[in-house]
Each structure stands twice: as structure tokens, then as C-alpha cells.
Design a binder for this molecule. Structure first.
Ligand code: NAP
Length: 345
């Protein structure tokens, strides 16, 4: 069985997903595309030599009976309307983050999905498919370090543009840790506080950089997450989970070690895209395979999208108040109780 994908948004990540579905993965085919910029949609179809219909908008694309899956890669504020329409039409959805830009928007998606009586939506939190994170989670789940007590995590980028503002450190950057960390320890968030250290000279007026987030879970785990987006030296993701019986580390991204001219050295990536390239492939392949084999996706679901939205709102509030802010989630519906347990990765 081959799933027909309809792509809404043919920008950077939309094209990357089109490329992997068309040229690397199995079980999926791009049958339709749309973009508010119709020229971009046309160029994409030509560039990837797709046998796909170009639609004027998401509604007409969703109505195409050959579209089994709607791949939402438009800009964030447009996601909710497309996802709700696709779910109401009974289509599967792979939505890049954010699921919606507000918690209320996520709940509207949750309600639409529950009405359909089965899970249709997966959110593009690809870290759960990174082999390092998978190994880290396995070590925690097997009890190798005992009960997790603390997490230290780091998210550093070499630099960002002038249009990157303080809140984007949450909604564009920390958002990946927000999803990955609660999944790693099977716990929900309770509160967050933000501290701003001395600002780097490489930042600008509208960006406080670096930032330190202290996030507490209901189970009492304290997570310290550093976001530093003008660190200059490279793209660096670190995660260390400190438990009662030991410490587990996210493996370093593999890189050849050289001994030369009195130095022992290895490279550090400069571009975030390469760090999780394999994870994107595994993520979309798993999405396809679980729909084909089990009739529903098994990755991060709409409830995870909701958790991310509520938590990022609280983080932005904490940036502004300097106080500890509560992260108040609604009670998880039984519909989402199995919460993205992945068997095949
Ligand atoms: P992008 O290059 O700006 O592409 C977005 C495309 O969608 C643009 O062509 C845009 O057209 C189009 N668009 C906007 N509103 C639309 C609508 N209502 N219907 C159809 N097309 C619409 O952005 P991107 O970097 O690909 O990011 C897209 C989404 O993926 C964002 O939500 C981003 O956060 C997410 N993302 C996730 C990851 C990840 O690591 N998981 C990585 C990158 C991006 P115009 O340019 O004409 O507005």
C-alpha cells in the first residue's frame, strides 16, 4: 500500500520532506501540493519531477480523494486551520511544529481528532527518533540510572539573524527540548523560571542571549536547560540525566578524532539540519509504516502538541516576569493515554 501525500507549504522543510518521501523512503508518494506562493508550488513539482496536482489552497487539496495524508509544512499560524480541516475530512496528518500557535488551538485539534475516534495526527518532534535520544530513553526506562532526579541540557547555535527575538528562544529553539525532556522521563511539567545571564556581545537589542530555563516536573525532577543561540563555535545539543544510581548522557554526534600538530580534536557541526537529518528520515518512515501496519501513527501526537503549546506559553511568560510560572495542563484524555510509545525505532 502506498500512501498519497498532499503537501501544504513548499518552503524549506516542505521540500526536504518531499525529497525524502520521493527519493529515500518507501510507502509514500507525493500526489498533491499547495502553497500560498503558487510559483513555489509549481517550482517544487518541476524540481522534484512530481506527478502531483497543484491546488490553489489547502481545502481543495484535502478534498482530493488520492490524498491519504496531509503534510503540513506551512508557517505556524496557518497550521491549526489546515489540521482541523484535514482531521474533519478523516485524513491522516503529519504537522511540523507547532501543532497550533495557541493551547486553545491545540485543544480544538484534539477535540476534532477525538470525534473521529482514532489517532490521525503526528507532530514533527523528530528528536524522539534520533538514535542518541532513543538510547538515552531506553537507559532511563530500563532503570539503569535509577529514578531521574535532574537533567542538564544545552541547545546552542552558532548565530541567529537580527529578526530572532527573545521569545523565539522558546517557540523556535527550546520547543524541541520541551517535547523531548518530558518524553524522556515520562513526567509532566509543573513550573518554569527563567534567568538571563550576562548578555553576549554578539546579540542585539531584541534578543537576550543566553537564557537559562529551570523547569520542574510533577514528579520533582528539576531540569536546567541552557539556550545560547550566538555561541559562535557550532551547533551543540547536550543532555545529561542524573539519576539515583548513575548518570546517562546523550551520545555526542559522531565525528572523526584527529591527532595533529600537538592537538587532539574532532569537528562540531555548524548547521542544525545535519544533526537530526537521520532522525527526520526515521520519523517519516515510522509515520508511514505505523499507518500502514496499525492504522494510526504512533509518534508524538496532538496531546504532545498541546503540552508543547502550554509549556512554551509559560516559558515566554516566565521570560517576561522573572518569576516561577505554573505550567497548567488539562487532564490527559484516556484517548491519549498510551502517549506515543514507539516499538520499532
Ligand atoms: P518556510 O521556508 O517559510 O516555508 C513555509 C512555506 O509555507 C512558504 O512557502 C510559505 O509561503 C508557505 N505558506 C505560508 N502559509 C501558508 C498557507 N496558509 N498555505 C500554504 N502555504 C503557506 O518555512 P520552513 O522553514 O519550511 O518551516 C515551516 C514549518 O516547519 C514551520 O512551522 C517551522 O517551525 C517548522 N520547522 C520545523 C523544523 C523541525 O526541526 N522539526 C525545522 C524547520 C521548520 P510564503 O513564503 O509566501 O509565506
Amino acid at each position: 500500500m502506498t500512501l498519497g501525500f498532499g503537501v501544504v507549504g513548499t518552503g524549506a522543510i516542505g521540500r526536504e520532506h518531499i525529497d525524502r518521501i520521493t527519493n529515500k523512503l518507501s510507502g509514500g508518494k507525493i500526489v498533491a501540493v499547495t502553497d500560498v506562493n503558487q510559483e513555489s508550488a509549481k517550482q517544487t513539482v518541476e524540481h522534484y519531477k512530481l506527478d502531483a496536482v497543484i491546488y490553489p489552497d489547502d481545502k481543495t487539496l484535502i478534498a482530493d480523494e488520492n490524498v491519504d495524508v496531509v503534510l503540513v509544512t506551512s508557517w505556524g499560524p496557518a497550521h491549526e486551520a489546515t489540521v482541523v480541516a484535514a482531521v474533519e475530512a478523516g485524513k491522516y496528518v503529519f504537522c511540523e511544529k507547532p501543532l497550533a500557535t495557541t493551547a486553545e488551538g491545540c485543544i480544538r485539534i484534539v477535540e476534532a481528532e477525538m470525534k473521529q475516534g482514532k489517532k490521525l495526527v503526528q507532530v514533527g518532534f523528530m528528536r524522539r527518533y534520533d538514535s542518541g535520544y532513543v538510547q538515552l530513553k531506553e537507559a532511563i526506562d530500563k532503570g539503569e540510572i535509577g529514578q531521574p532526579l535532574m537533567i542538564r541540557a544545552v541547545h546552542r547555535n552558532p548565530e541567529v539573524g537580527e529578526n530572532y527575538t527573545t521569545d523565539m528562544a522558546v517557540v523556535d529553539t527550546l520547543i524541541h527540548e520541551i517535547d523531548a525532556l518530558h518524553w524522556l522521563v515520562n513526567d509532566d511539567y509543573k513550573s518554569v523560571q527563567v534567568v538571563f545571564p550576562r548578555k553576549t556581545k554578539y546579540s542585539h537589542d531584541k534578543l537576550q542571549d543566553p537564557q537559562l530555563f529551570t523547569i520542574e516536573t510533577n514528579g520533582g525532577i528539576v531540569m536546567n536547560v541552557e539556550v545560547f543561540v550566538n555561541c559562535k563555535y557550532g551547533y551543540d545539543i547536550q543532555c545529561e540525566v542524573i539519576g539515583e544510581d548513575g548518570v546517562a548522557y546523550l551520545p555526542e554526534f559522531p565525528s572523526v578524532v584527529t591527532r595533529k600538530q600537538g592537538k587532539l580534536s574532532s569537528g562540531i557541526l555548524m548547521d542544525w539540519k545535519y544533526r537530526f537529518m537521520d532522525a527526520y528520515d526515521v520519523e517519516i518512515q515510522d509515520f508511514i509504516d505505523s499507518i500502514v501496519k496499525k492504522g494510526e501513527p504512533q509518534g508524538p501526537n496532538s496531546w504532545d502538541g498541546y503540552i508543547a503549546a502550554v509549556t512554551s506559553d509559560a516559558c515566554v511568560k516566565a521570560q517576561n516576569t522573572g518569576q516561577k510560572e505554573a505550567i497548567k495542563l488539562l487532564e490527559r484524555p484516556a484517548f491519549y493515554s498510551e502517549n506515543s510509545v514507539m516499538e520499532t525505532v
